[in-house]
Design a protein around this ligand. Structure first.
Ligand SMILES: Cc1ncc(COP(=O)(O)O)c(C=O)c1O
Length: 486
């Protein structure tokens, strides 16, 4: 078949589904009330390279430098660096530029895979903080000051602290207090704010890493602002940041032919942020407020409205309905043309942005109202098999939570990664040492890290993922990579 990818994209376009996922421009709808900087109209004209006048991302001195300075001013950060390989490149550069092989860093266990990649590449030793799990919603909470204090007292050699803020579920870390502490202890603060480029747009949103004065804060413009996929910005605040090493590392993790479309899209994201962002965020938060109010009428589904969370990430808990988040996600897609960001057994996430319209949220509510009626009346249920309620009763969700109680590392992460490795079936992997990460995607948070001893809990979890056809990077034909036995 010719052009299978284009065909798939064309089919998606025709279906015209509602987007509660990235990118934040929501299929270009964000540009209905504001132009896109001429990108769509001039796609091929703007897709250029380093010619006279276009500057060079690797060592900017002209238009790119000015654009970065403007973005820094808009976000009130001393410096901004444009990223065309997403926050992933920014995470690698920010960590690797401020550490050397053998350094220790303090970080939550539920970090994105790009942080794990930095540990492997930089030969860094992770000192993990286990995030607490919210007992009601069974999702990880943000990192607290006492957790960081305990970590720094236990591992005083740590070069710095990395926070994911807010986390994938919108839960923030205690960033202001943690910033104070990292200063007191003389440690770097890295903030992975991939999910929070929009935080500065409203006082009700969590404080951003930039405003808290973090040394380095990476933001995916494409996730929560109107910008194209892969466009992201790294903000540098701290005086301790070694700028030369930072630029060197950025150039190691980015293409030497950066897309000017993406660079232009970042700049347009800044323009949108500066000119209309606050007003649109106010409208979005009001629409979310009214969504939340209506949603309270439902008995089978609950929203996470924890104080201080980023409410633009709507976490819907499905456990009381006896349906998994995956099932509800499928239901929304098939019956209402609604696409969510991701699902877990206990719930699912709608990612909103200033590109969403109030009517999107109305449709989402009506879909849940209908689902609730359907479930109460036990009609039209042939799509949902009884096994899911059975699993709920048997405590599948509790198994999910256990996933976060990690065993100690069996081998250092880099040693395991570069060892001789072999693939074994999931069933035979228990008590072996993982050779590569095993990562359900989304959210891209590794369940198993290289070097970790594989437990029965891991095995059960992976078998569940297999059974539910959830995409897990690292499983091939039912097998995972472990360190070979001599
Ligand atoms: C917490 C976190 N950090 C970093 C990234 C990487 O961002 P990007 O997709 O822009 O490379 C992601 C992506 O999902 C993420 O969830």
């Amino acid at each position: 078949m010719d052009t299978p990818l284009i065909n798939a994209l064309e089919a998606l376009k025709k279906e015209n589904r509602i987007s509660f996922h990235t990118p934040g421009h929501k299929k270009g709808r964000a540009y209905e009330s504001m132009d896109d900087g001429g990108i769509q109209e001039n796609l091929y004209q703007y897709d250029t390279t380093e010619v006279f006048g276009t500057d060079q991302l690797q060592d900017p001195t002209g238009a790119i430098k000015e654009s970065q300075q403007w973005t820094a001013r808009v976000f009130q950060s001393p410096e901004a660096y444009y990223l065309v390989n997403g926050s992933s490149a920014g995470v690698l550069a920010m960590i690797l530029s401020q550490t050397k092989p053998g350094d220790e860093i303090l970080l939550p266990r539920d970090v994105h895979q790009s942080v794990i990649h930095a540990l492997i590449l930089g030969d860094l030793t992770p000192r993990f903080i286990q995030p607490e799990i919210d007992p009601q919603f069974k999702i990880p909470k943000g990192i607290t000051l006492p957790q960081v204090q305990e970590g720094l007292e236990k591992y005083p050699k740590c070069k710095g602290v990395l926070l994911t803020h807010p986390n994938y579920y919108g839960r923030p870390g205690e960033i202001r207090e943690i910033r104070r502490m990292t200063r007191e202890f003389g440690k770097i603060l890295w903030v992975d704010q991939a999910h929070g480029a929009h935080l500065g747009l409203h006082p009700q949103l969590p404080l951003s890493g930039i405003d808290a004065g973090a040394d380095l804060t990476v933001t995916s413009f494409h996730k929560t602002l109107p910008a194209m996929t892969q466009s992201a910005v790294l903000f540098a605040g701290g005086e301790v940041v070694d700028r030369e090493r930072l630029l060197e590392q950025l150039n190691m993790h980015q293409s030497s032919s950066p897309s000017y479309i993406l660079l232009a899209s970042i700049e347009q994201g800044t323009r949108h942020y500066a000119k209309a962002g606050k007003e649109k965020m106010q409208v979005l938060l009001e629409a979310i407020e009214s969504f939340e109010q209506k949603f309270r009428r439902l008995g089978l589904f609950q929203l996470d409205t924890a104080p201080g969370k980023d409410r633009t990430k709507i976490w819907i808990h499905t456990e009381n309905s006896g349906r998994t988040g995956h099932e509800v996600e499928t239901y929304l897609r098939e019956n209402h043309g609604i696409d969510m960001e991701f699902s877990m057994p206990q719930g699912l996430l709608a990612l909103t942005s200033i590109g969403n319209r109030e009517k999107d949220l109305k449709k989402l509510y009506l879909a849940f109202e209908e689902l609730e009626e359907t479930l109460y009346n036990k009609v039209k249920m042939e799509k949902f098999s009884e096994k899911y309620s059975k699993e709920a009763k048997e405590g599948f969700f509790e198994k999910e939570v256990e996933r976060d109680k990690k065993e100690p590392l069996g081998l250092p992460i880099r040693t395991a990664f570069y060892s001789r490795k072999e693939r074994v079936s999931i069933n035979k992997s228990v008590n072996r040492v993982a050779g590569s990460a095993v990562t359900p995607y989304p959210p891209g948070i590794p369940l198993i890290l290289p070097g970790e001893a594989i437990t029965r809990g891991h095995r059960d979890q992976l078998l569940e993922y297999e059974k539910r056809n959830i995409k897990v990077i690292g499983i091939k034909a039912g097998k995972i990579m472990v360190v070979a036995e001599e």
